[in-house]
Write a protein that binds this ligand. Structure first.
Ligand code: ATP
Length: 139
């Protein structure tokens, strides 16, 4: 193992989404953008509902969409992302995400809607669409 690599584990209640050596993470924490390399200090931070990127040792970049209640922990041993749901870009069903986006937008336009819940659905759908598109920008 090269000395600038570290273990990334992305874990949900359903499954281990990813567990392998990587070179860097570029994520969106609630308080701003977060770049992590092998020598990052230990932290725990809350992640935004957004795609994030990580770089594999071969230089390939992978994109993952995460949903709400996502946390990222850095320890000297590894980086762990713990969240409700997560999908790698190639696992995402874009048509399903587009349909979820449409449903959420319709709910947001109704009166007496659960605004927080509809907005979270909308953010998840947008994160999935963007991750499948391999972009990391909020649309
Ligand atoms: P939907 O209304 O389409 O179910 P959702 O945002 O309510 O979307 P979640 O409750 O966040 O869905 O996820 C339920 C499960 O389905 C999780 O395992 C999640 O990884 C998976 N999932 C959700 N949307 C997609 C998608 N577009 N492509 C692949 N997997 C998805």
């Amino acid at each position: 193992m090269a000395k600038n690599e570290f273990l990334l584990e992305i874990v949900t209640p359903e499954r281990v989404v990813y567990s392998d050596q990587i070179e860097s993470v570029d994520a969106y924490a609630e308080d701003g953008r977060l770049g992590i390399r092998h020598d990052h200090r230990p932290i725990v931070t809350k992640l935004k509902i957004a795609p994030f990127n990580f770089r594999k040792p071969e230089g390939e970049t992978e994109t993952v969409a995460i949903s709400g209640s996502g946390y990222l922990e850095v320890t000297p041993e590894k980086v762990t992302v713990l969240c409700q749901t997560a999908e790698l870009s190639n696992e995402i069903d874009v048509e399903r995400a587009k349909a979820a986006k449409k449903r959420a937008e319709e709910r947001l336009n109704k009166e007496n809607t659960d605004f927080t819940r509809a907005q979270a659905s909308l953010k998840r759908a947008i994160a999935r669409i963007n991750a499948a598109d391999r972009t990391d920008e909020d649309k």
